[in-house]
Design a protein around this ligand. Structure first.
Ligand code: PLP
Length: 390
């Protein structure tokens, strides 16, 4: 069967028709005859059949996601973790080795280190910026390499063109978690990645009300991933798929506004550093950023996450975090509301202080996911929190 089972063209608006696509919640659809049922059931024909095997709203979102990445196709899952675990489990087998950075999202690290070994898959960790460590791992043989950039929460960058070429030379598949910088900010497939995965819960949903994930790549890799999803059932439901298509209309506008505000906020935070109020302002769009040149090559802009380090270590960071009045203290990113994260307490709580320091995460670090409130409002909120916690 040549016709892919994921993705479907979005119906064009007609001059008088509804301006948004219908939401189809049916779990099953009646068919004209036994032969049609046989072909649909065997996955030899696409169409409405049974919701777990794919549905119109999900396929619409998949088409949008694939087009945005410049991919042959995309397969949507019920969460980012379902997409990441589904893509890996579909492609690895007993005896394979998977390489994964120490700094990768904690949920991904937990799945890879706790679940994959139960299926006879070897796992090796490397530091995101340690090219020699990755090369050594590749030399021992690897089926799949996970990459994530910008690196959380230090916002250092992995050179995707160089790293994916290195992995390809060793015959390893690269899976890039692009959640932190969706297209048009960063296009991992155009930089040589085999697969890109997103927690669509973040920018793609954009309003803190949808949990979803999506993986995109070439048909050769998407077919087994779609088939695995059919068998294991982690499909995205129609309602969140519909919401994702709705969010799509404002995605570029949101990203542009969030990115412009991030740069303005980062410049303001850098000014606070120069005045001695902050220990560091970290943003790939700042001239002071160590990967600034790479950011200019591989990203369009510096993204929408800004980190900063307060004076006074852990205790002060916690007090500044608690004193924020506009930025919400919430675990996530990419939403219209600005969100603050305290890595030592949340995403990187499982690391010892020494491990955090080795990963370049100082005790006083806070990360802001910049929303749509405007840079002046956010800067005033942070400056006020700093003043009130001196
Ligand atoms: N990848 C990254 C970089 C994330 O930040 C997250 C969630 O925070 C995930 C994957 C997992 O996505 P989800 O929460 O949608 O399962």
């Amino acid at each position: 069967m040549d016709e892919p089972l994921y993705g479907t063209p979005i119906p064009h608006h007609t001059p008088t028709g509804p301006l948004s696509p219908p939401l189809a919640r049916a779990t099953t659809s009646a068919q004209p005859d036994a032969e049609t049922l046989r072909l649909l059931g065997a996955g030899q024909r696409s169409g409405e059949f049974y919701q777990r095997l794919g549905h119109t709203n999900g396929r619409m979102f998949e088409s949008l996601a694939a087009a945005r990445e410049g991919a042959d196709g995309a397969v949507a899952f019920s969460s980012g973790m379902a997409a990441i675990s589904g893509a890996m489990l579909a492609l690895v087998r007993r005896g394979d080795r998977v390489l994964i950075p120490h700094e990768v999202y904690g949920g991904t690290a937990a799945f890879v280190t706790q679940d994959l070994p139960r299926f006879g898959i070897e796992v090796e960790r490397f530091h995101s910026l340690d090219d020699a460590g990755l090369e050594a791992g590749l030399a021992r043989g690897a089926r799949l390499v996970v990459l994530e950039t910008p690196v959380n929460p230090t916002l250092r960058l992995v050179d995707l063109a160089v790293t994916t070429a290195r992995c390809r030379a060793h015959g390893a598949i690269t899976l890039v978690d692009g959640t932190f910088a969706p297209p048009p900010i960063q296009r991992p497939l155009q930089l040589g990645a085999d697969l890109v995965v997103h927690s669509a819960t973040k920018f793609y949903g954009g309003h803190s009300d949808v949990l979803a994930g999506v993986v995109a790549g070439r048909h050769e890799l998407m077919r087994p991933i779609e088939a695995f999803r059919r068998r294991t059932g982690g499909v995205l439901a129609p309602d969140p798929a519909w919401l994702l298509c709705r969010s799509w209309a404002t995605l570029d506008l949101r990203l542009a506004a969030q990115q412009a505000a991030s740069l303005e906020l980062a410049v303001g935070l850098q000014r606070l550093c120069d005045e001695g109020e902050l220990a560091a302002a970290i943003y790939p769009g700042l001239p002071q950023h160590p990967d600034r040149a790479l950011a200019q090559r591989q990203m369009q802009g510096g993204g929408t996450l800004v980190s900063f380090e307060v004076h006074g270590g852990h205790d002060r960071a916690r007090r500044v975090f608690d004193a924020l009045q506009v930025v919400a203290r919430a675990a996530s990113l990419g939403s219209v509301e600005s969100l603050a994260s305290l890595p030592a307490y949340t995403t990187h709580a499982s690391l010892s202080a020494a491990e955090r320091h080795a990963a370049g995460i100082p005790d006083g670090l806070l990360r802001i996911s910049v929303g749509l409130e405007g840079a002046a409002v956010l800067l005033a909120d942070i400056a006020s929190a700093l003043r009130r916690t001196r």
